[in-house]
Design a binder for this molecule. Structure first.
Ligand code: AMP
Length: 380
């Protein structure tokens, strides 16, 4: 068991690393972060920050000198670095589950082989694969790059072979996956912590809405039947167990008229779990600290219905700072800004969480604040 005072290492220095670092520091740990970005949000708060590429051997040496255990804050950390670190310290999650989650085809094949329900899909390695794949998957479908895609980037809807060929060319003919576009009723996510003994604690099921492939709102508890909630939790727990997973895992689902389909997994805390910071007894970053240090898992109980809204770079229209008073004037709304230097469209800059007497009320407050922040006339 690693107790407060120990050094914990984080690979990656974005907002998830920052929230991990803040939580770990609050609990009395010291944190070393490693990220190539000179303006890393996590690096600003870390006890020590290594600004270097992940293949810098000197950086690896320094990281090993500080950290007693390491975790990741984004899934695209090179697998060989995770393997090299595993020889020196506890690495949670381990290289095996992370490498599965880095590759959309491997991830879907793993889920399918283990008997979990996934949307129909086909692997696309060369342009000639598209015709057969479209016949198998049908249209409309989504062509996604296999690796490095996130927040709706590297994916596009296709309705014909011509579309698909053009999209494949536009992506530079890199390996892709073609997936059926699912007419879902809702999107859900389940975030859990699993320790080395195989014990699991599950956060409440979250209901999510995306805009242009990027999460816009999350509301808890999800407005679904108990049966669906239990099934989603059961699938997420079984996935974690089959992966022999240690750490915090997020599983995203499509809820359709026929039931649940697994969309994807993230081997780390997740944007749709940010409500846990203000609305749960233990937040997802504390659970990450606890799994990393071998502490007993924290109680993930929901203390209040809540909704979260993401603050994207678009809010800085014309380069002007958003009017934070629109959020801060509400005593039951909590603002979290990530401290990113440059606001770009599509970039996650922060989020806010509203606590209310029920899920509908929390979500409607979040939507109305978002409309004001984005100067939208619709409140969708
Ligand atoms: P992803 O990065 O694959 O999770 O995609 C981001 C978002 O795009 C999802 O949360 C959905 O809103 C949408 N999306 C992705 N794949 C599909 C699909 N197969 N069918 C319908 N919508 C999808």
């Amino acid at each position: 068991m690693l107790l407060p005072g120990s050094w914990l290492g984080v690979l990656g220095g974005g907002q998830l690393g920052k929230m991990f670092a803040l939580t770990a520091l609050t609990m009395g740990y010291r944190v070393v972060t490693w990220d190539p970005d000179p303006t890393s949000p996590a690096g600003e708060f870390a006890s020590h920050h290594i600004q270097a590429g992940f293949h810098d051997p000197n950086a690896l040496k320094i990281f090993c000198k500080y950290a007693r255990a390491a975790t990741t804050e984004f899934e695209n950390i090179p697998e060989d670095i995770l393997r090299a670190l595993s020889g020196n310290m506890t690495v949670i999650p381990g290289p095996d589950p992370v490498s599965i989650c880095q590759d959309r085809v491997r991830e879907k094949k793993f889920l399918e082989k283990e008997g979990f329900p996934v949307p129909p899909f086909s692997e696309i390695l060369v342009i000639e694969d598209l015709e057969v794949a479209l016949k198998h998957v049908g249209t409309p479908s989504l062509l996604k790059i296999n690796r490095w895609g996130y927040d709706g980037k590297g994916q596009t809807t296709v309705v014909s072979l011509n579309d698909a060929m053009k999209a494949f060319e536009d992506f530079g003919r890199v390996p892709c996956i073609l997936e059926q576009k699912i007419p879902f009723v809702k999107e859900l996510s389940v975030i859990l912590g699993r320790n080395r003994k195989g014990e699991i604690r599950v956060f409440p099921v979250a209901e999510n809405v995306h805009r242009n492939g990027v999460l816009e709102t999350t509301v808890v508890p999800a407005r679904i039947s108990d049966m669906v909630a239990q099934k989603a939790c059961q699938i997420a727990q079984e996935i974690a167990s089959r992966l022999h997973y240690q750490g915090v895992l997020a599983v995203e689902f499509f809820l359709t008229e026929e039931g649940l389909l697994v969309n994807e997994m993230a081997p780390r805390p997740h944007n749709s779990g940010h409500f846990t910071l203000d609305a749960c007894l233990t937040n997802q970053f504390e659970q990450q600290v606890r799994t990393l240090c071998g502490l007993p898992l924290g109680d993930p109980r929901l203390v209040s219905p809540a909704a979260m809204g993401n603050i994207m770079g678009e809010c800085w229209s014309g380069g002007e700072e958003p009017d934070w008073e629109k959020i801060l004037r509400n005593p039951d709304v909590k603002l979290h800004l990530y401290g990113k230097v440059e606001a770009r469209p599509g970039r996650k800059m922060g989020h806010f969480t509203c606590l209310a007497e029920d899920a509908d009320a929390a979500l409607s407050r979040v939507r109305s604040i978002l409309s004001e922040l984005y100067h939208r006339t619709d409140s969708a």
